[in-house]
Design a protein around this ligand. Structure first.
Ligand SMILES: [Zn+2]
Length: 221
């Protein structure tokens, strides 16, 4: 896909009980080592690679690893009756490392991290609409992916669905949006504080330094 053109994001989950990034990602210092060399792109893999993977790093933290540039089409979702979101139009795709699908704590941490990852991608590609943050299953229902049920197979274990996930993304987008400065009338007013002191003498010294440096200031109690 040409740089900057992705139309959406597809969330996958791996359908294998192995929550560790090292299984899928070659980054020994960050995720540990997979002796079988069947990480995505490894010599014993089939070379089919998503753009990213969400799972446990070497310290047991859930992290997202990008393993393919976003301007290269991945082969993640196969194709359906109408075409393939791998390239027409191109969707950014990432895998979530499943565990045994019975650990609610890992479930929540993994989907929180995935939502954070989606927000990062959406900030890089603002043309991506939230309605086009979809599962492999939803991509199949639209006719642009093979007949898989991920990650709803995992979401449903805890009574969740992709609307729940999109809602999580929406809240994060709202939380991280730049808030406009407070205004009174149409006059913008900014207050800069350089220190808080419990000794008035220290405050006066600080103000003196500011004034020497050419700034106006005042002390409030
Ligand atoms: Zn999938």
């Amino acid at each position: 896909m040409p740089s900057g053109s992705p139309a959406g994001i597809i969330v996958h989950s791996t359908a294998a009980n192995n929550p560790n990034l090292k299984r899928y990602v070659y980054a020994p210092d960050l995720v540990g080592v997979n002796p079988n060399k069947n990480w995505f792109g490894g010599e014993n893999s089939n070379l089919v690679t998503p753009h990213g993977v969400v799972g446990l790093d070497i310290n047991g933290e859930v992290r997202a690893a990008q393993i393919l540039p976003y301007d290269i089409c991945c082969w993640g979702c196969g194709s359906g009756t109408k075409g393939s979101y791998n390239f027409s139009p191109a969707y950014i795709q990432f895998e979530m490392c499943e565990d045994g699908l019975n650990d609610e704590n890992y479930f929540n941490r993994a989907f929180d991290a995935a939502a954070q990852y989606v927000v990062e991608i959406m900030k890089e590609f603002p043309q991506i609409k939230l309605e086009n943050v979809i599962s492999h299953k939803e991509a199949n229902a639209r006719g642009y992916a093979s007949a898989h049920g991920d990650p709803e197979n995992w979401l449903s274990k805890f009574g969740r669905d992709m609307d729940w996930f999109r809602d999580k993304v929406k809240k994060l987008l709202e939380d991280t949006a730049v808030k406009p400065p407070e205004t009174s009338g149409n006059k913008k007013f900014y207050r800069v504080q350089v220190g808080a002191f419990n000794d008035r003498k220290l405050a006066e010294n600080q103000l003196e330094k500011l004034k020497t440096a050419g700034f106006d200031g005042y002390i409030t109690e």
